[in-house]
Design a protein. Structure first.
Length: 167
């Protein structure tokens, strides 16, 4: 019997099945009404986040977005872009983006999924934790910049400030 390379490969599962498993583990209600998309909401430290996963089969990429419950007025959007660029310099994974259509601010990350592989739920869990941590970290900077009349430098310094100890 000749074993072909295709037969030797493990059966892979759909990446959105792994995302569903994560949502179930975290007890997050989700919507799977659109093919190749999953959406959920999660409460962060400062606001509610909308999670969106989209599977791009043709390029084998899982696109992930974590959007703030915040829509920027059109006149403010061009002013926010330099702050987001400065914030992105501080990130190791992913980036913040501003949606042109509705002014939504979101953390985004695209994950390449090689053929015949399965995404570990732990990897998706880490990605979700990183996204929420970064969103929680930079939300006050965004608020201070938009509504508190802080400069981009002051807003970024606020986000980077780390406290030590307890009061």
């Amino acid at each position: 019997m000749v074993l072909t390379l295709a037969a030797a490969r493990p059966e892979s599962s759909h990446p959105l099945e792994q995302v569903e498993e994560l949502f179930i583990q975290r007890d997050l209600p989700f919507d799977a009404s659109i093919e190749n998309e999953l959406m959920a909401e999660l409460v962060g430290s400062w606001c509610q986040y909308r999670l969106w996963y989209n599977w791009q089969e043709d390029i084998r990429v899982l696109v992930f977005s974590c959007a703030f419950d915040l829509r920027l007025p059109e006149k403010i959007r061009p002013l926010v872009t330099p702050l987001l660029a400065r914030v992105n310099e501080k990130l190791w994974l992913g980036h913040f983006d501003l949606a042109h259509e509705d002014g939504a601010v979101m953390f985004r990350y695209s994950l390449l999924v090689p053929e015949y592989s399965t995404l570990p739920v732990e990897q998706l869990e880490s990605l979700l934790d990183i996204a929420v941590t970064e969103c929680d970290r930079f939300y006050p900077a965004l608020q201070g910049f938009i509504w508190g009349n802080k400069s981009a430098d002051d807003a970024l310094a606020l986000a980077m400030f780390e406290t030590a100890g307890e009061a």
